[in-house]
Design a protein around this ligand. Structure first.
Ligand code: 7TS
Length: 404
């Protein structure tokens, strides 16, 4: 059970006003808000032990190194990775995907096939297109259905011995669909293909077990899970990480450097060139601790209640169409009002203190499928309430009246 009054007290930002109205924050799929417990960790870092890591004998550096590595262990435990060194700190999901795509440059050859889904965020499309251009590999697409689900029969037909990699999101950011990733992974493995799951939208709602999934790569960003921006992670199976070329060269990722030849450090440092976001990494660990203390089962149950409540009320508004109607979805409602541009609805809602995202949500292929310029997207988190959904519903009704 969620103690909503207690939880809301953890988030100072929820007390602020926007345009003279209490903030209703429904843009959680873009970034989550930060609890005081995580803010305190950030303040503590800069107030008490700010130092560079892995290179100082002095006390501050050792303290920072210990806390950073402890955060890596927290992440390892959370995602159930076999080894801590299979967790690579990155600047976020986008960085993680680019790192893997780059790492496969020397593994792929011309004519190899890669499979993406029609439901992806641009950051799980563009790096692979760049990889195809470099290697001559071919990108195939799993199509979607009108409900916003993946066409799994079409996926079966795409898989063959030339398939080397499959990359699919766990949950769609634009529609909220939860994809059948276990089945996607198992089917790809039958053909010896590796699978990367983009967990950016799943991590705030689900605690994935990378070993049970037997996934090759799982990526996410801390800022979607109550952590800070500019930090995220790549989980990769040891054998794949060892096969991949490093993404960036520089300090901390080397073993020996001479002008004749440089050898690389082992995992995870091979992929962590330069001074990382130390404070961010530590705060990422604190954010996972915070979420785990609430409990992901409690979070999922409560958010599902919000989703059902919001869907029921919004779909009763005449002329409102919801995009993404899978039975298996998370707390995201993407919608349009007939004949009204989503941007206009979003602008009016903002005047009422309600934050939603409008536009194509970095998923233009989905918008093209529905032949729309974009949607209004309300995404709920465990610190939102039914009363806030009532405010949204009233706001949408008002916007409809003003704009039609
Ligand atoms: N993949 C998915 C599924 C996402 O939702 C996002 C961000 C990313 C990748 C990229 O994450 P980043 O942290 O590297 O930027 N999604 C959104 C969104 O839906 N609205 O703003 C950002």
């Amino acid at each position: 059970m969620i103690d909503i009054n207690k939880i809301r007290k953890d988030f100072p930002i929820l007390n602020r006003q926007v345009n003279g109205k209490p903030l209703v924050y429904f843009d959680n799929a873009a970034t989550s808000q930060t609890p005081q417990q995580v803010i305190d960790v950030i303040v503590d870092y800069y107030s008490n032990y700010n130092a560079n890591i892995h290179r100082g004998v002095h006390a501050l550096s050792q303290e920072a190194t210990d806390k950073y590595e402890a955060a890596r262990h927290t992440i390892q435990k959370h995602f159930n990775a076999k080894q801590a060194y299979e967790v690579i700190f990155t600047s976020g999901t986008t960085h993680s995907i680019n790192l893997v795509a780059n790492g496969f440059t020397s593994i792929l050859k011309k004519g190899d096939q890669l499979i993406v889904s029609a439901l992806e965020h641009h950051s799980n499309i563009v790096p692979w297109q760049m990889l195809c251009e470099k290697t001559g590999a071919i990108l195939k697409v799993i199509p979607m259905t009108p409900e916003g689900e993946l066409d799994m029969e079409a996926y079966d037909a795409l898989l063959n011995d030339k398939t080397k990699l499959v990359f699919v999101n766990h949950i769609s950011n634009a529609l909220g669909t939860i994809n059948p990733i276990k089945s996607i992974i198992d089917k790809a493995h039958k053909f010896g293909a590796a699978v990367l799951i983009d967990g950016a939208q799943a991590s705030p709602h689900i605690k994935p077990d990378v070993q049970a999934l037997d996934v090759d790569f799982y990526v996410t960003s801390a800022h979607k899970i109550c952590g800070p921006t500019g930090v995220g992670m790549l989980y990769g199976k040891e054998e794949w990480l060892n096969k991949m070329e490093p993404y960036q060269g520089g300090g901390e990722m080397i073993d020996q450097v001479t002008f004749e030849k440089t050898t690389y450090a082992g995992l995870p440092h091979k992929f962590e060139a330069g001074t990382p976001n130390i404070c961010g990494g530590i705060a990422f660990g604190a954010a996972l601790d915070y979420m785990n203390a609430i409990g992901f089962d409690n979070i999922a149950e409560y958010e599902h209640e919000l989703l059902n409540y919001g869907t029921k009320q919004l779909q009763d508004i005449e002329g409102l169409k919801i995009y993404g109607t899978s039975k298996n979805k998370t707390s995201v409602i993407s919608f349009n009002l007939e004949g009204i541009h989503p941007y206009d609805v979003g602008t009016l809602l903002d005047k009422m203190g309600i934050a939603v995202r409008t536009g194509h949500h970095c998923a233009q292929p989905i918008m093209d499928y529905f032949k729309i310029p974009g949607t209004v997207r309300a995404s709920f988190a465990f610190y939102n309430t039914k009363e806030e959904i009532d405010t949204l519903v009233q706001g949408v009704k008002k916007a409809k009246m003003m704009l039609s």
